[in-house]
Design a protein around this ligand. Structure first.
Ligand code: FAD
Length: 365
């Protein structure tokens, strides 16, 4: 097969992971072209805002569960053997309250809250938390070891691994996905053979894709210098059906993420100060260790943040399609799970690029 020119549109965790896996194969010359790059903080760029941890919300037996499973193996390997990636192991506790059933946060979390989850054999140390250790309003809970990713280290780490493998990065904004295949976008100056669409929420408005199944689920966080030994997530709060409670301490001095909310169709980019207050109160109540048993005024705030999870009704889209004569491989719509499914999804997308390349070869014969 002749060397194929690939343009990856998007430099979030989906685009970077897909480019990295492709760059490890022979036969590809890859350019990543994106509006936002690691180092940017913008409401149109979800990846820097994520906690990020791995807590499967996929349903057992589905493709999504397979993506989560395959990603866990890669993240575990990074946490164990590559400290420079900014991924570390952290113990996790998940609490389910029956009274949250039906709320947006509980629906988002439903598989995570199952008393018999498919992923119980995946993570080390899985156990049900005994009834005697649960609070009065908690119905069941899990304890296991997962990872927490410092996205401020991990995204640049992915960039570095791609650069090592010859991937070229450039800034570009496209109004139609096939514009990425035009001469002058790929670093060779030639037209691209295959375009990867890893534009997250951008896929809702990008010409040639315009996927109306994609919408934002707004997440607001507070990043603090205080630390928590273990991660905590609860199915809901008493402050409204779209508010959430989670705590995770990032690897390598990345601070602790206090969250949050899951506000569907909300595009607001600015932090809501009242919500921030509720987040801090809930987290300090759930984890007094954060402030050594003192009040929220003892939280040392690094920043308040807002990100938009790129949710897609029906789940992430990983498919190939020919648009106006150009092969496009889609990898977008990962909602609140873009890190925990990143390798699994990128493996599938990379296979589809192989197939599209072969079909392009056949068409030339
Ligand atoms: P993005 O990171 O949004 O990247 C999209 C890229 O496409 C950007 O480079 C952008 O500039 C580019 N782009 C878009 N349109 C165009 C265009 N027209 N032209 C050129 N470039 C374009 N996930 C987890 O797995 N675990 C977690 O703990 C977790 N926590 C989260 C907490 C919060 C508060 C939020 C907001 C999200 C969280 N997520 C988590 C979800 C995760 O962040 C997303 O699923 C993931 O970042 C999506 O990555 P992406 O690469 O698809 O999109």
């Amino acid at each position: 097969m002749t060397e194929k020119r690939i343009v990856v549109v998007g430099a979030g965790v989906a685009g970077l992971t897909t480019a990295l896996l492709l760059s490890k194969k022979s036969g590809y010359k890859i350019t990543i072209a994106a509006k936002h790059m690691p180092g940017d903080y913008d409401i149109q760029y979800a990846s820097p805002w994520a906690g990020a941890n791995s807590m499967p919300v996929s349903v057992g037996g589905t493709d999504a569960a397979e993506w989560d499973k395959n990603t866990w193996f890669a993240l575990e390997e990074l946490a164990r053997h590559h400290p420079d990636a900014g991924v570390h192991f952290q113990k996790a506790n998940i609490y389910n309250r029956k009274k949250d059933i039906g709320s947006d946060t509980a629906k988002w979390f439903s598989e995570l809250l199952s008393p018999d989850p498919w992923w119980k054999t995946l993570f080390p140390d899985y156990k049900q938390i005994p009834r005697t250790e649960l609070g009065a309003d908690v119905d069941n809970g899990h304890h296991f070891t997962s990872v927490c990713i410092n996205t401020a280290i991990y995204l640049p780490w992915l960039v570095s691994r791609c650069l090592e493998n010859g991937v070229v990065f450039k800034r570009a904004v496209f109004s139609h996905i096939t514009d990425a295949a035009a001469r002058g976008v790929h670093h060779s100056g030639q037209a691209a053979d295959v375009v990867l669409n890893c534009t997250g929420l951008g896929s809702r408005s990008l010409g040639g894709v315009a996927d109306e199944l994609v919408y934002p689920a707004r997440g607001q966080i507070v990043v603090v210098r205080n630390e928590a030994d273990e991660m905590v997530s609860v199915s809901g709060t008493d402050d409204g059906p779209d508010e959430a409670m989670y705590i995770m301490t990032r690897a390598a001095g990345g601070g602790t993420i206090l969250g949050g909310c899951y506000q569907k169709h909300n595009w607001e980019s600015q932090p809501d100060p009242s919500l921030a207050l509720r987040i801090m109160k809930r987290c300090v109540k759930a984890c007094p260790q954060l402030t050594n048993g003192r009040g929220i005024e003892h939280l040392d705030v690094i920043r308040h943040g807002v990100g938009l999870r790129p949710v897609r009704d029906g789940g992430a889209r990983i498919e190939k399609e020919k648009i106006d004569g150009t092969w496009v491989v889609h990898n977008y719509g990962h909602g609140g799970a873009g890190y925990q499914c990143s390798y699994g999804c990128a493996q599938v997308a990379a296979r589809l690029v192989d197939e599209a390349g072969l079909e392009g070869e056949k068409a030339k014969l």
